[in-house]
Design a protein around this ligand. Structure first.
Ligand SMILES: O=C(O)CCC(=O)C(=O)O
Length: 247
């Protein structure tokens, strides 16, 4: 599978591009079942002090996870998706040949309350030596749209600076662009059908909405780097032993 010239030009100009049908819906069902199983085990063992970060505070009726970290490191099923040639070939078209998964995350976004994610830039979190050396591939396990909390992107913000982020006092890990800056940037929704992948540049402003629907919005964000990019100034403690080389 290859990105067209127009898709690459779009990524360079506005900072993101969506490709449909990268994976089959049945592959997404198998991946979703795997992370659901992992999520149940993780929740059962979750220490009290980490609950605020992993549990979705927006869903009051039951305890549900908001996210899980490093699935490409911990779960062979997700590592298989992240190293799949259909995906890695397109990643290499965007950041060059020879890439690794530097971090990965499952975002669950449960029905009827799954919470929003504030505006941020991945490059602020990672602090790479090369701002163009990082791309995120966001794999939709379910159809994602405005109703169930798809991503929104700031068109062209990939060409601008990396802004200092701030975090709410009680959530030091929830880094986000200060409202005064974020409010100046219009954000465009980017629906992705199940099995599709949305690619975004590390500098691109992005956020996701709340899940107001009765459907899940589960996704896996796979953050890739090329082999000449290192995280020189990560904003949060970063564990490089979990990097997974995929080409
Ligand atoms: O899926 C989400 O809600 C947030 C995803 C995100 O921030 C990312 O992929 O970098």
């Amino acid at each position: 599978m290859r990105l067209t010239g127009a898709a690459i030009a779009r990524y360079r100009a506005v900072g993101h591009v969506t490709v449909e049908d990268v994976f089959q819906p049945t592959e997404m069902d198998v991946a979703a079942a795997d992370i659901e199983r992992w999520g149940e085990e993780f929740l059962a063992d979750l220490p009290e002090k980490e609950r605020a970060w992993y549990i979705d505070g927006g869903v009051k009726a039951r305890t549900v996870l908001r996210k899980l970290d490093d699935p490409a490191f911990h779960r062979p099923m997700i590592r298989g998706l992240a190293s799949d040639r259909r995906l890695v070939g397109m990643v290499e078209q965007l950041i060059g040949p020879g890439v690794s998964v530097c971090f990965s995350q499952i975002f669950f976004k449960a029905p009827e309350g799954g919470g929003p994610k504030p505006v941020h830039q991945d490059n602020y979190y990672f602090g790479p030596n090369d701002r163009d050396g990082v791309v995120t591939a966001w794999i939709a396990f379910d159809d994602a749209n405005v109703e169930n909390g798809c991503l929104y992107f700031g068109e062209g913000s990939n060409l601008g600076p990396i802004y200092d982020h701030v975090a709410p006092e009680a959530e030091p890990y929830n880094l986000q662009i200060p409202t005064a800056i974020a409010d100046r940037q219009p954000m465009t929704p980017a629906p992705v059908p199940k099995g599709g992948v949305s690619f975004h540049h590390g500098n691109t402003f992005h956020r996701s909405g709340p899940n107001l629907s009765t459907r899940w919005r589960r996704a896996c964000a796979v953050h890739y780097v090329n082999h000449s990019t290192v995280f020189a100034t990560p904003a949060l403690p970063y564990d490089s032993s979990r990097i997974v080389r995929v080409s």
